[in-house]
Design a protein around this ligand. Structure first.
Ligand code: ZN
Length: 175
């Protein structure tokens, strides 16, 4: 098990465009395992490789939702390599998003509520599925990271500045 350091805004690498994974090999699978360890420890529900300093088109998600209301969280790790969004619904949903690279800050972001996506898993198998709800939102948030976009970029300038101010204050208090 290896925990990787998570880059935080305004680290310049978070603004880079990630490059495609060329081969799904043992090196990629080792990175995936470390990314899950890092995400669960944070804790978070999604992590893109660029957030741990590897600007490749790879991300992991585990919503860790309980099977039933009030039950124990269940792990369902999902790996998305070279993901693509094929279709987006015109209907939107609003969700209060957070990000391990913008720690402890949350803000409402509006995104399409259904997407059709295609990706490779950690064995190189291709998947194509319609995703909705939190999974769809989380994938869109993580895929933004591959383009150098953070959730705060979707906010109004005023709201973004408020979030960044709160983050700066939190860092001063922690120092
Ligand atoms: Zn994020």
């Amino acid at each position: 098990m290896a925990l990787l350091p998570i880059l935080e805004t305004p680290h310049p690498m978070l603004r880079e465009i990630s490059t495609p994974v060329e081969a799904v090999d043992d090196e990629i699978r080792a990175l995936v395992a470390d990314m899950f360890d890092t995400m669960y420890a944070a804790p978070g529900i999604g992590l893109a490789a660029v957030q741990v300093g590897v600007p490749k088109r790879l991300l992991v998600i585990d919503l860790q939702e309980p099977e039933e209301e009030g039950g124990e969280p269940v792990r369902k790790p999902m790996v998305f390599i070279n993901p693509e969004i094929l279709e987006k619904s015109e209907t939107m949903q609003v969700y209060s998003e957070g990000c391990l690279s913008v720690p402890d800050q949350y803000a409402e972001v509006e995104r399409p509520d259904h997407i059709r996506a295609r990706w490779l898993d950690e064995h190189g198998n291709s998947h194509e599925k319609e995703l909705e709800g939190l999974l769809g939102i989380c994938l869109q948030h993580e895929m933004d990271h591959l383009e150098g976009i953070l959730f705060i970029d979707h906010l109004s300038r005023l709201k973004r500045e408020m979030v960044l101010k709160k983050l700066a204050k939190q860092r001063r208090m922690a120092a």
